[in-house]
Design a binder for this molecule. Structure first.
Ligand code: GCO
Ligand code: MN
Ligand code: MN
Length: 386
């Protein structure tokens, strides 16, 4: 009943189920799977697609001949399993050359190398069929603001994205960019730290229509923010090009937990939103299994992400059809039409009339709104007792 199907567009990165469980305190706990093995693992659990950084597939020091062989083997695995590659991205954070960032690095050679690496990675992504290209500014930030002027960083970031948009246009690629914000980790502070900041930045680019966002649950939660509100703002602007689903306790390190495993109610309202508005992009799980797991546990993790999404999707249908909930919503949103004469858009007549209107402020303040009952009904839907 909660079986993943291609139309659900569930995707995972090579780096997610392929995570070997290294952390700052401990060595890997799982063997490194090859990209081909990961594709087969994802097919086994029922995923639709696999996303990748350039170096998840092709090592940074591979020769052109090695690259071609690896890509050919990977394509064969895709053809065998039916998996697709909807999104690709560049690793601009792993190599020591990028220790001061990539597009915003102080060293112009690093910035040029980052552009070269990204153009090559875009070529690879397009070759594999990707239509969305993600930019996560992993090390685009600082530990000390003595080292970099944030205005220079903003200009460098803008120049780089303009360059790459022009590259895509020049090549005739059918590719959109999705910018992914994160407040910190691995840098002390990362520039453009929230999805809202990215949305503002996009409007300053030469080709804003090519660029949207890739919000991630954990990233807004790390900053103590409401993820759904950021997703809604992106949707409202037509900028929700991709989404990274996972989970994260507020105030903790970057956890990348299984979707829905921490903040179930937030996950519910997120799924409900995506389904209600008809978001039709990938549901990408950017998360990884606990370090306690072997590869059976990794499959449990991946299946769990998709299963929880589908259960929450069903709960959203139930919530929308619940007569008591709907009656409460109707009450909350009751409108007798008497205010329509003042409603936007503005006219000077409306403004003049509104300035003279009288309101029963005391009664407005005294009215109970029933949100406690509504929230409890939501909790009971989620707990399965309705
Ligand atoms: C993180 C990020 C990354 C990016 C990935 C794709 O916190 O490390 O979420 O996983 O999503 O690099 O751009
Ligand atoms: Mn993340
Ligand atoms: Mn991510």
């Amino acid at each position: 009943m909660y079986e993943p199907k291609p139309e659900h567009k569930f995707t995972f990165g090579l780096w997610t189920v392929g995570n070997i469980g290294r952390d700052p305190f401990g060595e890997p706990v799982r063997r490194q799977l090859s990209p081909v093995e990961i594709v087969h693992l994802l097919a086994e659990v029922g995923a639709y697609g696999v996303n990748l950084h350039d170096n998840d597939l092709v090592p940074i020091d591979a020769t052109p001949a090695e690259r071609d062989k690896i890509v050919a083997e990977f394509k064969r695995a895709l053809a065998e399993t039916g998996l697709v590659v909807p999104m690709a991205t560049t690793n601009l954070f792993g190599d020591p050359a990028f220790k001061d960032g990539a597009f915003t690095a102080n060293d112009p050679q690093v910035r040029a190398f980052a552009l070269q690496k990204t153009m090559r990675a875009i070529d690879l992504g397009v070759e594999l069929g990707a239509k969305t290209y993600v930019f996560w500014g992993g090390r685009e930030g600082t530990e000390t603001d003595a080292a970099k002027n944030p205005l220079d960083a903003a200009k460098r970031m803008r120049d780089a994205l303009n360059f790459l948009c022009d590259y895509v246009i020049d090549q005739g690629y059918d590719l959109k960019f999705a910018l992914e914000a994160k407040p910190n980790e691995p840098r002390g502070d990362i520039y453009l730290a929230t999805t809202g900041a990215m949305l503002g930045f996009i409007e300053t680019l030469d080709h804003p229509e090519m660029v949207g966002v890739n919000p991630e649950v954990a990233h807004e939660h790390m900053a103590g923010l409401n993820f759904l509100h950021h997703v809604a703002q992106a949707w409202d602007r037509g900028k929700l090009f991709h989404i990274d689903l996972n989970d994260q306790a507020f105030g903790r390190y970057d956890q990348d937990f299984r979707f829905g495993s921490v903040n179930l109610k937030s996950a519910f309202f997120l799924v409900k939103f995506l389904e209600d508005v008809g978001y039709d992009g990938s549901r990408h799980f950017d998360a990884h299994a606990y370090r306690t797991e072997d590869y059976e546990g990794v499959k449990d993790f991946a299946r769990g992400c998709m299963r929880t999404y589908l259960i929450l999707k069903e709960k959203a249908v139930q919530w929308n059809a619940d007569t008591e909930i709907q009656a409460l919503l109707a009450e909350i949103n009751a409108d007798d039409g008497s205010m329509a004469v003042y409603a936007p858009p503005y006219t000077s007549e409306k403004a003049a009339a509104l300035k003279e209107a009288s309101f029963d402020r005391i009664a407005l303040g005294q009215r109970g709104l029933g949100y406690e009952r509504l929230d409890q009904l939501t909790i009971e839907v989620l707990l399965g007792v309705r």
